[in-house]
Design a protein around this ligand. Structure first.
Ligand code: HEC
Length: 187
């Protein structure tokens, strides 16, 4: 046996090559009759085995956000959206921790708009409890509705970038719960 197995042409790493591929028992295990996910497939009109979800499909555990980055939808979000997270100390504290991580460096620990970033572009950061400066809503920062804030976190506004990729929808609502407290703070 040792002599025979030494007879094939050696491959580059010195192992002998066998010329016979061997017998296949149960060829289905080698060549599966099912389609490969990303293979071409003439059975379907777009020639692709991987199928798209049915239109209108909502992934389990997600809530679609049906508002575009327009003033109209910003105002509509303010009228329609209600914070779905129950208001309690635990959620508010989690919101505060997230706020410190993602917002405080611009908006300030206490929401006064005086965070550690002093770049001129970020000079005009409004305080959450501001009762003077008129915003897109026609009202002030302290009167912004939860849906307005949610829209602003999701899409950003001018120098404030969108935060949709940093904070999940649930985290956004928790941050808003905490911001509600900052909006009420006395000036
Ligand atoms: C890079 C700095 C920066 C960061 C980080 C930032 N903001 Fe802002 N934010 C701004 C600036 C600047 C404005 C004012 C934009 C304007 O009026 O042109 C603003 C405005 C806002 C407004 C008012 C939007 C409106 O509709 O009038 C809200 C609400 C807000 N930010 C919430 C947040 C929250 C919540 C976070 C954290 C998730 C956050 N921001 C993170 C800079 C920042």
């Amino acid at each position: 046996m040792i002599l025979l197995s030494g007879c094939g042409d050696p491959s580059s790493d010195g192992r002998p090559l066998t010329r016979h591929p061997g017998y296949e028992y149960m060829p289905n295990m080698y060549r599966s009759p099912s389609f490969e996910t990303y293979s071409e497939n003439p059975n379907f009109s777009n020639n692709s085995t991987a199928r798209l979800p049915v239109k209108g499909t909502i992934a389990r555990g997600t809530m679609p956000f049906e508002y575009k980055n327009t003033l109209e939808d910003y105002l509509r979000a303010g009228k329609e959206l209600i914070n779905p997270i129950s208001k309690n100390d635990k959620n508010t504290e989690e919101g505060e921790a997230l706020y410190v991580m993602f917002c405080a460096h611009c908006h300030g620990d206490n929401g006064d708009g005086k965070g550690s970033i002093t770049h001129p572009v970020y000079g005009a950061i409004p305080a959450y409890n501001d009762k003077v400066q008129i915003r897109r809503t026609g009202s002030t920062m302290s009167e912004l509705k939860d849906g307005n804030i949610y829209h602003a976190i999701t899409y950003g506004l001018n120098a404030m970038g969108p935060h949709a990729s940093q904070v999940t929808p649930e985290e956004r609502w928790k941050i808003i719960m905490y911001i509600n407290n900052l909006q009420k703070e006395e000036i």
